[in-house]
Design a protein around this ligand. Sequence first.
Ligand SMILES: NC(=O)c1ccc[n+]([C@@H]2O[C@H](COP(=O)([O-])OP(=O)(O)OC[C@H]3O[C@@H](n4cnc5c(N)ncnc54)[C@H](OP(=O)(O)O)[C@@H]3O)[C@@H](O)[C@H]2O)c1
Length: 276
Amino acid sequence: MKYSFIEKVLFPPTYINDRKLRSELYGKTIIITGASSGIGEQLAFLLGNLNCHLILVARRHEKLLELQEQIQTAKVDIFPADLRNPAERKDFLTFIHETHEKIDIFVNNAGLSIKRSIFDSLDRFHDFERTMAINYFAPVDMLLTIIPFLENSKGQIINVSTINTLLIPFPRFAAYQASKQAFDTWLQSAIPELNDKGIRTTSIYLPLVRTPMIKPTASYEKMPAMSAHHAAKVISKTMYTRRRQFKPWYIGSGQLASVLFRGVWERVGKKLLQKR
Ligand SMILES: NC(=O)c1ccc[n+]([C@@H]2O[C@H](COP(=O)([O-])OP(=O)(O)OC[C@H]3O[C@@H](n4cnc5c(N)ncnc54)[C@H](OP(=O)(O)O)[C@@H]3O)[C@@H](O)[C@H]2O)c1
């Protein structure tokens, strides 16, 4: 994907030290949730060139099979499952217990976004249930099983989050943002305890990324967006830098503006919504 001028400024290149990544991940076992599309798929391809062991999970079995066929170097296990469903999650975790002695890295990437006004959601409580199910309850439930593996391996949890959790919440994204925020807060709360046991944690706060997730929103087509491959590079780099957080360089000023200009934003936001 070719970047526009503004995208080049907003998303400067991420350089990977191939030798460091290779040696860090040699023989390691990495779970990637939501590997059938977008960022997770690109991450699987990127790590697929290394001597590591990937466990890929998502609902679409045929997409996972394609990935397994295309990846040549890494060992790849696939597990089709709807992670919103507690019974299917349990099957996945049983598979992990029965067939894997160690897990080194857990990448929480599977996610669902919904853009819908509150006034179009009055009879759609299930939107809030399904975003919480995949964006919050699924990673919490999986980690409760996987944390002991990570404690043994002194492993790493990587959470694929969004810059929205750092800024004033956007209208029309209540279901998505609340669920992403919920897991981010869960992890932030657990971090001191996890770190104390030698488990590293990384929160990746991504900007808009050009993936199937944003396709339904026509206005995103013209907005600057990171490529899924770039996002995968950002994630894989943290596997050897062990960085605690990734945030786009400009987000600090956005966070400051969120605090200083909250009132202004609320008035402008209201006007913009009225216009539409
Ligand atoms: N795109 C963005 O602008 C953006 C920005 C910031 C953060 N993020 C975060 O990045 C992560 C990846 O998103 P993406 O942009 O790559 O979107 P995507 O292309 O839609 O991929 C989402 C992945 O999650 C999987 N998934 C969704 N529901 C699932 C379920 N119930 N059970 C199992 N797997 C499920 C999907 O696989 P199946 O459909 O096969 O199940 C797919 O592999 C998400 O956590 C998202 O919140 C995205």
